[in-house]
Design a protein. Sequence first.
Length: 75
Amino acid sequence: MAKAKHNVSNEIRRLRFNADEMTQKQLAEKVGITRQTIVAIEKAHYSPSLEVAFLIARAFEVPLDKVFTFEFRED
């Protein structure tokens, strides 16, 4: 039986750079989470809740799919 794999990637670093080089701390404050959480999400070490994902997209004023990409494949 094939094992399913998935990956959530993001464009947070690029979006921060394009937003006047917004810092991780500034983004965290806008979203209402810690800078360490932003770091973990940005490095794809942690997948945010749906609510946090939407808040991050809102902070950049872009749709959710411009911030996060979900890949699913079966090997």
